[in-house]
Design a protein around this ligand. Structure first.
Ligand code: PMP
Length: 428
């Protein structure tokens, strides 16, 4: 088999640099929370393919469901000859909707497609055009979701102009000096300066920002947004693409806030490694688009739907919501101990419900000065230790832990020991 270096050289010639890889490590195989590269080196996986593998790499139940589906049919296109796995998955998700009343679900292939379609549905249901999102938010790389995404570099640079009618509010993060009051004041200014509330179709928010740094939307903000949406007939969209499916200790992260969204976008861990996305919403809103207005050739692939049905079984049977809480507590204990040491890079802001854990790397203890360079050193040192670890954040100084919820205690502890070693090594 080719080496990592040989493959990296071929990649450089054959694949444009616009698609970046966190690590020059080429995968050969993977199992639950472990991955082996083409040179046979083993890694503990704290990235889970960016929040896709809450049920781990190749969960046996998911693989069995996929194999069974492969023997029947792999593609008919739901718009040509529909199939039961799609309908059954919609039924099961509707039954778990994070709001009261009848729900409906439509499936797509990627998270960006889910976000795009949530906006289409919101526009159809309200007859309005504008959408409000947040700084630091991430909703995808397609034209509309790029506009919704609240980060210029690397997502928007060179790709303008952006589609119109997208506005941003500052996302409240105490360490960044932005309060809930600041966000709401900005919304008031927006309504006065740029767009009247009666022209706004939707406000889209991640209950916990993923790419933006694992910052939870404060409950006060969620409650205020719900009130403002109700007052003006605006739809509240929870983007649960990264937060979904037991990661936070609940099936959907928005459940922590007690606020009921009108629409929910889903993808990533929904199908345990197979490409599937969806929009779940209040039935009356979901039915607003005309027949044929929504869909996609591969949208709701039967193979991915079969995988997702197995994922829901695994979440229930293996009690992954409870497991997320237990794992998260273990990770936080370890990080709290590391934060007390003075031979590591300075870490602060250990946070997150369930196992959606993030923390920040700063220049020195006590003051909040983001240290993106040290963060890069940490992820590089992690790789040397045999740990796949991702950073994120508007200041590129957050570390996020997305270990599969199916990880064994032994592999989790091994990964945490590697993380600790990387935090020491990165201090230099
Ligand atoms: N929304 C959120 C919250 C995400 O984290 C992502 C992906 N990181 C997306 C949307 C886009 O998903 P995809 O990459 O599947 O298009």
């Amino acid at each position: 088999m080719a080496t990592n270096a040989e493959l990296a050289a071929r990649r450089q010639l054959a694949v444009p640099r616009g698609v970046a890889s966190a690590y020059p490590v080429f995968a050969a195989r993977a199992e639950n929370a472990e991955l082996w590269d083409v040179e046979g080196r083993r890694y503990v996986d704290f990235a889970g393919g960016i929040a896709v593998l809450n049920t781990g790499h190749r969960h046996p139940r998911v693989i069995a469901a996929v194999k069974e589906q492969l023997e029947l049919y792999t593609h008919t296109c739901f718009q040509v000859a529909p199939y039961e796995p799609y309908v059954e998955l919609a039924e099961r998700l509707n039954a778990r909707a994070p709001f009261k009343g009848p729900a409906k679900t439509i499936f797509f292939t990627t998270g960006a497609e889910a976000a795009e379609n949530a906006v289409k549905i919101a526009r159809a249901a309200t007859g309005r055009s504008a959408v409000i999102a947040f700084t630091g938010g991430f909703h995808g790389r397609t034209m509309l979701t790029m506009a919704l995404t609240g980060k210029v570099l690397p997502y928007k640079k060179k790709f303008g102009p952006m589609p119109g009618e997208v506005y941003h509010l500052p996302f409240p993060v105490a360490d960044h000096g932005v309060t809930v009051e600041d966000s709401l004041k900005a919304l008031d200014f927006l309504f006065r300066a740029d767009v009247e509330p009666s022209r706004v179709a939707a406000i889209m928010i991640e209950p916990i920002q993923g790419e933006g740094g694992f910052y939870e939307a404060p409950r006060d903000l969620m409650v205020a947004l719900r009130t403002i949406c109700d007052e003006h007939g605006i739809l509240l969209v929870a983007d649960e693409v990264q937060t979904g499916f037991a990661r936070t200790g609940k099936l959907f992260a928005v459940e922590h806030s007690g606020v009921e969204p009108d629409l929910v976008t889903m993808a990533k861990s929904l199908a345990g490694g197979f490409p599937l996305a969806g929009v779940l919403g209040k039935a009356s809103i979901m039915d607003a688009a005309e027949p044929g207005g929504l869909g996609g050739t591969y949208a709701g692939s039967p193979v991915a739907c079969a995988a997702a049905l197995a994922v829901l079984d695994v979440i229930e049977e293996e009690k992954l919501c409870d497991r997320a809480d237990a794992l998260g507590a273990r990770v936080k204990d370890k990080l709290a101990a590391v934060a007390r040491r003075n031979d590591t890079v300075a870490i602060t802001g250990i946070r997150g419900p369930g196992a959606m854990i993030g923390f920040d790397i700063v220049k020195s203890r006590g003051a909040y000065e983001p240290d993106a360079e040290a963060t890069k050193r940490v992820t590089a040192a992690a790789l040397e230790e045999g740990l796949i670890l991702l950073s994120c954040g508007v200041y590129s100084n957050a570390i996020r832990i997305l270990v599969p919820l199916t990880v064994s205690d032994a592999v989790l502890d091994e990964g945490l020991a590697k993380l600790e070693a990387a935090l020491v090594k990165a201090k230099g």
